[in-house]
Design a protein around this ligand. Structure first.
Ligand code: NDP
Ligand code: 2IT
Length: 445
């Protein structure tokens, strides 16, 4: 079967899963040449086996809210592929969570994890539980109910979850605690843990910092650097805030931050004081609309995304999937944006990606640019296995080395002409080759 036929077949068998189709289509388009050169892949129906998750767990999560009312959510874990290591990937709690979104994330994670060079397969999980507005005790009860179903399916050498949207250190702590109680073991079954019980220094910062290191590598290919550049960032969560922190430390100007309510713009860049305030506000669940109450000079745009609101040299979408569409891409290009490095997973729509690639700007897809988060999770797993903790400097140096290596791989497989690297192609082929070869070596499973 040719890759286009595999795609058509997947759409027929798994209808109503647009995000999953989108993620698979992008990879299959990129790897077509490699696939056609390797007839053994077709003989062993490798592509289909790589696109369909190994297994999916779906379960009801019933929990008690603070008023004694019983609430029901859906919980899921997608174990996508473990050809190169135990299943590994985050857990997302957000009202939008459904099978299509988790299948796209687990699929992407498989290639991303392969790029890190560490031994990690791909997985993702989550729930349509919306943590916003819930009390700390409700969050704890929900996490415990979620793990009471999932604990049998995960383990340090089986499947290692971590955070994602709506899941940070607090939620990981509650889930790890309940896992430890049920499994009666203390192992590194979660990453992103608190520092006193096996967490790694630099894991909170890793996705955002890693994206900045990747961006530095891309800019270097054009003799550019972050210093003095205007950088538009979306989101105001873990990834966005640590990205902004690093951009500012490197002399860049962060001109936007946003949440699902709207965007705050600083056309000449947030001051340190303004950024510190936003960081603090977001750490206790504050909203972006509150920012102008403290800093009236900053303008809030309700319901808007950053891309059409402000001119920038660089865009780093770091909120959620499909948050930057074709018309946003046009506005960015018209405003002189020459680099896009994705902190979120699949934030740009296929139309936007096409515009960036046609314009030959520096465009890094999430599976390469945001791989520093899961890579540092891999480093946390290594420390847990050794029963040792490394210093922040040690972890940061390893993170930087991994991002440089991912960049080099993207260039190796993605150079399409002397003056242009297609990072989408590079990341997809490099990620795919390793997993495909491991699957071939292990037989039909
Ligand atoms: P957080 O929950 O910490 O922050 C998410 C941010 O994005 C919030 O500001 C949130 O706003 C905003 N957001 C979420 N959903 C939407 C939406 N539908 N529309 C508009 N804004 C939205 O999550 P993370 O920072 O961890 O994750 C951000 C992205 O980065 C995701 O795509 C995630 O998959 C990806 N990622 C995360 C990694 C990690 O280590 N955490 C690693 C690699 C990728 P609000 O508060 O209003 O909901
Ligand atoms: O999308 C991602 O790479 C993550 N949410 C991090 C996953 C992890 O296992 O650290």
């Amino acid at each position: 079967m040719k890759t286009a036929e595999v795609m058509a077949d997947l759409k027929k068998r798994f209808p109503n899963e647009p995000e999953y189709h989108q993620a698979v289509e992008e990879v299959l388009t990129s790897i077509e040449e490699v696939y056609n050169r390797n007839p053994q892949y077709e003989e062993y129906n490798l592509i289909e086996r790589l696109c369909i998750p190994d297994r999916i767990f779906a379960f009801r999560v019933s929990w008690l809210d603070d008023h004694g009312k019983v609430r029901n959510n859906m919980g899921y874990r997608i174990q996508h592929n473990n050809a190169i290591g135990p299943y590994k990937g985050g857990i997302r709690f957000h009202s939008s969570v459904n099978l299509s979104i988790l299948k796209f994330l687990a699929f992407e994670q498989t290639f991303k994890n392969s790029l890190t060079t560490l031994a990690m397969g791909g997985a993702k999980g989550g729930s349509d539980f919306q943590p916003r507005g819930k009390s700390d005790k409700e969050i704890m009860r929900f996490c415990q109910a979620f793990i009471s179903e999932l604990w049998r399916q995960i383990g340090p050498d089986t499947d290692v979850p971590a955070g994602d949207i709506g899941v940070g250190a607090r939620e990981v702590g509650y889930m790890f605690g309940y896992y430890k109680k049920m499994a009666q073991e203390f192992t590194g079954t979660f990453t992103g843990k608190g520092m006193t019980f096996g967490g790694s220094l630099m894991r909170p910062e890793a996705t955002g910092y890693g994206n900045c290191y990747f961006l530095e590598c891309m800019l270097k290919t054009r003799g550019e650097k972050i210093e003095g550049k205007k950088v538009a960032i979306s989101g105001a969560g873990n990834v966005a805030l640590y990205t902004a922190q690093k951009i500012m430390a490197l002399g860049g100007k962060v001109v936007s931050l946003s949440d699902s309510g709207g965007t705050v713009i600083a056309p000449e860049g947030f001051s340190q004081e303004q950024f510190d305030y936003i960081f603090e506000l977001k750490s206790y669940g504050g909203r972006m609309y509150e920012v102008p109450e403290q800093f009236p000079e900053l303008k809030y745009y309700p319901g808007e995304r950053p891309w059409k609101l402000v001119k920038c040299d660089i865009a780093m979408p770091s909120a959620t999937q499909n948050e930057l569409d074709g018309s946003d891409a046009e506005a960015l290009l018209a405003g002189g944006c020459f680099a896009v490095s994705e902190g979120a997973n699949m934030p740009s729509t296929p139309e936007a990606v096409k515009k960036f690639i046609d314009a030959k700007i520096l465009y890094a897809p999430g599976k390469a640019a945001n791989a520093g988060g899961v890579a540092t999770s891999g480093l946390e797993m290594a420390q847990n296995s050794q029963k040792l903790s490394w210093t922040a400097e040690e972890v940061d140096n390893k993170l930087r080395g991994i991002m440089e290596n991912i960049h080099a791989k993207c260039v190796e497989y993605g150079r399409v002409s002397p003056d242009f690297v297609n990072y989408v192609k590079g990341a997809n082929i490099a990620g795919f080759m390793k997993v495909a070869n491991a699957m071939m070596a292990q037989g039909v499973l």
